[in-house]
Structure formats: C-alpha cells, structure tokens
Design a protein around this ligand. Structure first.
Ligand SMILES: N[C@@H](CCC(=O)N[C@@H](CS)C(=O)NCC(=O)O)C(=O)O
Length: 286
C-alpha cells in the first residue's frame, strides 16, 4: 500500500495525522505544502493542490490513489489499515460516544464558530503568529490574491484583514472561557481515568497532544503545568514522552518556524497567560 501525505510543517491538523501515521507505524511519501498564510507562493491554492483538496486546506492523504481529506476522517481511515504497530486508536472497550465527541471537539471544523470548542478555541491564539507571518511574508497584492482565490471565503477574508490590522487580541480574548472550561473538564476526566485520557492511548490523545503542543508554541505552556490542574500536568508530561511527539511534531520545526516564533514572542510568555491562569483559579472552584 502506498501513502502520500500532503501536509504543512506548522499545521495543527497535519500534526495530528503525522502523529497517527507514526503511532500506527506507517511509512509515507511526504509532500510539504507551503500555506498561503505563511508563504508568498501559497501552494495550497495552486490548481494542482485544489484538484486534490478543493477546499485548499491540509492535510490530505493519498491512499493508493484514493484521496482522503479532513484530519479526523484520515485518522479513522488509517486506524482500519494495518501499519507496523499493533495499535487500535478506536478500541471497542472505551466509551465510543465520549471518544467521538472529544475527537470532534478537538478538531478544527469548518462551520463551527471560532471559540466554541477546544479545537476552535486554539486557532484564535495562533492568530498572533499568523498575523505576523501574513504581514511579513505577503505583499498587499498577494494578500488580495489569497482573498480572491481561497475556496473558503471566510478564511480568505480573514487573511486579507490580517494584512492590515492586528485582530488577534480581541479574537483570542473571546476564546478564554472555552479554553479554560475545556481544560477544567479534561482535568476532571483524568481524575477517573489515566494514564491516557480514556485509559489507553487513543485518537483523542493524539488530538490533545497536538492542541497542547500548540499552546506551548504560543507560550502558554505554563497553563498545562499548574498546581491547580495536576492531572493535566502529569498527562502532558506523558504525551511529550511519546516517540511520535518528537518524530511527527518537533522534528518538523525548521529555521523558519523557530525564527517566526522567536520573532513574535522573544523569550516572553504570551500576553494571555496571566488572565487565563486567573480564570482557571476562579472557575475551578465553581
Ligand atoms: N477540518 C480540517 C481543517 C484543516 C485546516 O484548516 N488546515 C489548515 C492548517 S491546520 C490549513 O490548511 N490552513 C491553510 C488555509 O486555510 O489556507 C481538518 O481537520 O483537516
């Protein structure tokens, strides 16, 4: 069986699929796509890529000529195939309803308003970097081209606005509550399970590994290390120890990714860290 993954280095949904591929023990051909919000020559809007994924987003997986899109679909599909590792990401002995709803809530799903679920509450915090990259790498003409060409109209519009304005602060602030509530729910759920979210390692641990890692990228990792959320602190340490964390996430950071993060944050924490920690303390007692 031949697998070809179309993905981006710094893309949450691509990370999820790469972790799944690694965990299941699949080797694959890698086709890195330069995204239009990070590179002037956005390959995700090229005719070639739009023939693969008409929405112009990554990841997409070619399985022997069949194109599968949407990270959750891809991971579910991979789970039905046999890789070198005997690992079931959807084991029948775990609560399927819970697994399904948590996986849904930790995926970036079109149509779900930003900030409604954990999966859509994290991208607003990523905007600080996207805002920076659009301003740095795209000319006005290129930003207009993205606006014009992007099949997802809202994204094209969003990217164009970001060329001129810094919108990340208010958008991130509107996601505080969902992020904090989700962390408190995870903390409570871990109380009765462990070491992984539903006991054994499943699809939800992949999504949470990538969501938590994104918080670390955005200099919010301290929120995962609080005395108020001790189960999350232990769980996050465990996730980081998995080989897939290094091979499918960390190893994909090059000079550009590291440089952009450093340019935006320097050695400082995120401006959102303190208010978020305060909110954890307030909401945890209720
Ligand atoms: N629901 C999709 C979301 C995919 C998605 O939004 N991918 C982002 C990267 S994480 C992307 O391609 N962004 C580039 C763009 O929108 O132009 C999935 O889970 O695969």
């Amino acid at each position: 069986m031949k697998l070809k993954l179309y993905h981006a280095k710094w893309s949450l949904c691509s990370q999820m699929v790469r972790v799944a591929l690694h965990e299941k023990g699949f080797s694959y051909e890698s086709k890195l796509i330069k995204l239009c919000d990070q590179y002037p020559d956005g390959e995700n809007l090229s005719i070639e890529y739009l023939n693969i994924n008409p929405k112009g987003i990554v990841p997409s997986l070619d399985i022997d000529g069949e194109i599968v899109t949407e990270s959750t679909n891809i991971i579910k599909k991979l789970n039905l195939l046999h890789g070198n590792n005997d690992l079931d990401l959807w084991p029948l002995n775990v609560d399927q309803k819970k697994l399904n709803s948590w996986v849904e809530d930790t995926t970036l799903t079109e149509g779900v308003p930003l900030g409604k679920t954990l999966g859509t509450a994290i991208p607003p915090f990523s905007l600080i970097l996207i805002n920076f990259m659009i301003k740095k790498y795209l000319t006005v003409f290129q930003a207009l081209k993205v606006f014009w060409k992007h099949p997802l109209r809202d994204r094209g519009r969003f990217f164009l606005i970001m060329k001129f304005f810094n919108i990340q602060k208010p958008v991130a602030e509107s996601s505080y509550k969902t992020l904090v509530k989700s962390l408190i729910d995870i903390e409570k759920d871990l109380e009765n399970s462990g070491p992984y979210f539903l006991g054994e390692f499943t699809h939800i641990d992949i999504n949470l590994m990538c969501c938590f890692h994104r918080l670390a990228d955005l200099k919010l990792e301290k929120i995962l290390e609080l005395d108020d959320l001790p189960n999350i602190a232990t769980y996050w340490k465990l996730l980081k120890k998995r080989e897939s964390y290094k091979k499918a996430i960390l190893d994909f950071y090059g000079k550009k990714e590291k440089g952009d993060i450093l340019s935006v944050f320097g050695e400082k924490d995120s401006m959102h860290l303190k208010p978020l920690i305060k909110m954890v303390k307030n909401l945890k007692d209720h």
